[in-house]
Design a protein around this ligand. Structure first.
Ligand code: PLP
Length: 264
């Protein structure tokens, strides 16, 4: 049996983000993706129309069915939707139903890239406090890291998250500037451990954050160390974006769909 990544993520019917992004991005690492579904969203490549969360009891039943069955070597979370779901997952860590030491990649989804609601950001931010101490890596964008830390300076914000118990913080500056290469920093214990320049591609991509976090989780499940997993994931994501599908060629502001089967 391939190493398994248990993902807590929502269904995006357009297939660009959420659990489909997880399945495809983890599959590309050689690991197997298992999904505990947190919510069903209604959205297109352009817009979120709404969502219905799964109850925390049903979420935990799904997770336990996987944890009792498959060789879970990493955890990944994306859209969690409700405070109850966040608390329920934290309890799986606290009670060691999730094996202590299992690498955990936390993508702190607060709003969709398109701007649509995937839960109430203020209450989600507060609840994430319970998950932070369990995270091996958190992958916020600059909006998310500032919301989670109440700090504007990225270095201070990353140090704050490390102080909350998150082992490593990976932050990309893509939302801060509109031009130039994208700088990416990995902070461990409040210090920059690794930096990279990622070439910027024009346009907005639906589900690129989900894909990055889950590809890293897949690589960790396969035994890569953290920096190697990030370097591999960056190179892979870049190709998925280079080959992205364009659902609305006449609308320059519309989101593109990463092509995670660019090699086919
Ligand atoms: N998870 C779900 C279910 C989503 O629908 C979205 C965005 O639409 C996300 C996560 C976050 O996606 P992104 O990687 O574009 O930030």
């Amino acid at each position: 049996m391939r190493p398994t990544v248990l993902c807590f993520s929502g269904l995006d019917p357009s297939g660009g983000a959420g659990l489909q992004a997880d399945i495809e991005s983890i599959g590309a690492t050689g690991a197997h993706a298992a999904i505990a579904c947190t919510a069903i969203t209604v959205q297109s490549s352009q817009k979120v129309f709404g969502f219905e969360p799964v109850s925390s009891a049903l979420l935990i039943e799904q997770a336990k069915a996987v944890l009792n069955d498959l060789p879970v070597q990493a955890i990944k979370s994306g859209m969690l939707g409700t405070v109850e779901n966040i608390h329920a997952i934290a309890e799986l860590f606290d009670t060691r139903v999730i094996r202590h030491g299992t690498p955990y990649v936390l993508d702190p989804v607060l709003v969709a890239n398109s701007g649509g609601s995937l839960g109430d950001p203020a209450t989600l931010v507060k609840a994430f406090g319970k998950l932070l101490p369990h995270a091996t890596l958190i992958t916020p964008n600059t909006h998310e890291i500032r919301a989670l830390s109440s700090r504007d300076d990225l270095h201070d914000a990353a140090k704050y998250l490390n102080d909350q118990g998150v082992k490593a913080v990976l932050v990309k500056t893509s939302h801060d500037y509109q031009t130039g290469d994208i700088e990416q920093f990995l902070y461990i214990n409040g210090q920059i451990e690794h930096t990279s320049l990622v070439p910027r591609l024009i346009g907005e991509y639906h589900g690129s954050g989900c894909s990055l976090a889950s590809h890293i989780a897949g690589k960790l499940a396969m035994g890569d160390d953290l920096v190697d997993a990030i370097v591999h994931a960056d190179a892979w994501i870049h190709r998925t974006l280079e080959y992205a599908d364009i659902p609305h060629p006449d609308d320059g502001d519309a989101q593109m769909m990463p092509n995670r089967f660019f090699h086919v």
